[in-house]
Ligand binder design. Sequence first.
Ligand SMILES: [Mg+2]
Length: 349
Amino acid sequence: MSMQCLNKKRTSSCDELLLKPSHSSPLARERSNSSINNIKPISNSPNPTKKSKSNLKKFEKEVSKLNFFPIGSNENVAGNYEQYLSQTLPHIAQMKDIKFDYALESPLLYEYFPKNILELIVSSNKKILLLDLDETLIHTDFEEEFDEDKYDAKISFYSENKENELNRNFKLGKYENDNESEITDEESKDDSKQKVLNTVGIFLRPGVKKFLEEVSENFEVGIFTASVPEYADAAIKYLDPENKYIKFRLYRNNCINVCDLLRVKNLNIIKNIPLKKVVLVDNNIYSFAAQINNGILINSFYTDKNDNELLNVLSYLNNYILPSDDVREVNENFFGFKKIVNDIISNSI
Ligand SMILES: [Mg+2]
C-alpha cells in the first residue's frame, strides 16, 4: 500500500490512548540499581548537483510511501514507556529503506550551521552530547494568558510575522513599533520584516542547570532542537547566560522535514564526525530515526517538579557512555531499539 502521507487522515487521537500501568524507562530502572555565535552556512555544505537532486528525489519518494501518523511525544510520559515504544518503533521500522543522508544533500539544511563546529569537534577528544530542548530540558507555555507566578522564568523574543514558522499556537504576539531597539533600522524600512514580540513562560526540568554544568565537563555539548532559532536562542540564553556549557546549536532548519509530520535529526549533518562518539538525548524517538542507536530516549517533561530523569540520564552518560568506545553499542545493549526494529521488520516480511 502506498499513499501520500501528507494527505493522510489521523485515525486516532493521542489523547484517546489509554495509559498502561506504570512501566519505568530503563534509565530510571538502572539508576535505582546502580551506584552510579557566529552563524553562517558551513563551508563544505553541498552544492546542488544533478546527482544530489536525483538523490533528494529518491528520498522524497521513499518518504512519501510512509503510511502512518506519528505518535506525539506527549505519549512518552512516565509510566507509558513500553506503550510509547510499541506504538512508535513500528513506524521507525517503516523507515528502514529511507536514506536520510540523501536529504543532507539539500543545502537548505545547512542554514544556521555554527561556524566553528568542525574545528571544535575535530580538535576535541571528548564525545559529542546533543540535547533536545523542548520537553527534554524545559517546557514552554505558549498560552495567551498566563499566570507569571507559576513559571520558573519568562522569556521574550522577536520573530518574523509568520505564525506557522513557529509551529506554535502563537496568540501572544503583539506588533511592536519599528523604533524598538531590537529591530534594526534596515528592517524597520521593510514592512514585510515587521517583527512580533512574543513572551512565553518556561518550566525548567528539575536539575537542568546542574546537568548542563556537569555534562559540559566531559562532553562537547550542543543543542539540537526542532524549534526555530528565535525562540530557541532566547531559551538557551536563559539556560546558559554566559555561554559556558552549550558550545553549538542546531535548529529546525537543520532537521529533515518528513512530510511535514516529523523532524528527523540526522546526526550526519555534522560532517566528519564519527557517529561512535555522538549521542542525542531527546524525548521524541522520531528525532533519531536516522540513527536509532545514537539516541537516548528520555521521558517528556512538562511541569512535574518531582521529575528526576536528567539525573538518570547523567548517571547513564557517566557510567556507560563516557567509558565506551562506541556509544551505539552501549545504547543498543541498554535500550535494544535496533533489535526491536529488526524483529518487527523480519516479522512483517
Ligand atoms: Mg523535544
